[in-house]
Design a protein around this ligand. Sequence first.
Ligand SMILES: [Zn+2]
Length: 445
Amino acid sequence: MLLLYVVFSMDNLDEYLGGRIIKITDLKPETLLYLKDHGGEVVTATFKKNDKLFCRRCLMVIEKLPIDFQYCRSCINLGKIQISDELLITPTDIRYPRQEDYLVWDGQLTANQSKGVRELILAFQQHQNHLVWAVTGAGKTEMIFPLIEQVLLKGQRIAICSPRVDVCIELFPRIQKVFPKTTVGLFHGRSEEPYHLTQIMLATVHQLIRFEKAFDVLVVDEVDSYPLAGNLMLRKAIQKAKKDTGIIVYLSATPPKELLKQVKQHKLSITRLYQRFHGHPLPEPHCHLLLKPTQFLKINPRLRLLIARLIKNKQRFMLFFPQIPAMKQFAKQLKKLYPLLTFVDVSSKDEQRLEKVQQFREQKVQAILTTTILERGVTFKKIMVIVLDAQAKEFSKTALIQIAGRAGRGKDSFDDEVHFFYQVYNQQIRKACDEIRYLNQQAKK
Ligand SMILES: [Zn+2]
């Protein structure tokens, strides 16, 4: 088979290489010719199956519209694909410059993590899809370092994806730092950096729609989180983006039922990591029934008592709200009642989200008010975690477990407290608390 060397000089070919799906009309004729000559494949933009018309890029059904030029509405955000279009799937047989000792990291893995690493590498060698069920704070990122190294040593390519852009952004510098000898790229809808071929790719799951049979190993972090959960197009994109011989590695602290079912059916191998890297159990939430609403007398007096104590003790804390308006309202009252308290509030709509999170991390403010946007992917030390209106529908069992998992992450603050406040004790609160207790019991075995 013809192998491509990475040519960074000629016509910026690396902008196209690596299993990208590109409309041929978007390519210069000479580029198209070159890519075709080197293994690129021209295909029609649609295909028929069971009398339905499907889009080759996003694999969704193309619904007929009452217009002349039919197009795929599902992936329109990535540029319009008409049914008469032709697409180029760009070459994927690429030879990367070979190195030794790719991994530059002097950290230590725990015995549990090492066992996980062995299982991951075995799955890679046996071409077996794998799930890592690791409790929050177990150190799953460090566990994939040796796997990445194995992939690189074989001259192969790996993508690490998450549905959440914040998770990708946090992960990127960590991966770049420990793999300085190869190319690492970070691509998502909001990044300025245009796509180019890299041996390690970090990206949102959305980006995978643009790829076909591109990766030898595809790691999907936070597989249970929004917007991946329940999104058929994204689930298809994951399957499509890996090579036929490639594998998918799912990482999750709260794996979805479908994956656990696949484990039972032996379609998926599994690593279970019930212990946090520091060996201490997950903080179990303290549950408090509030007889009056959170906003009662502006801020419920029971909450005021707690907040006053936190301020007096200079204890840092995170306050989780189900919705942005409730958070904003609370922030206003907080400012009035405690003018000396320093805090920031962040939500998905906040342009300065990353900067504000950084302020809290650097201890420039004592508290952070947030929605579920910070339920995962962030690590702070010595904090109390408080959930208000824990009965709200936005706080699923998974969200509550993830939020509780923000506490106790540091070696010297493993016993950070978690508090759930609610007006109704419902299923999701009970299930979240039960699961945390279950995981702690398993960890002791
Ligand atoms: Zn489409």
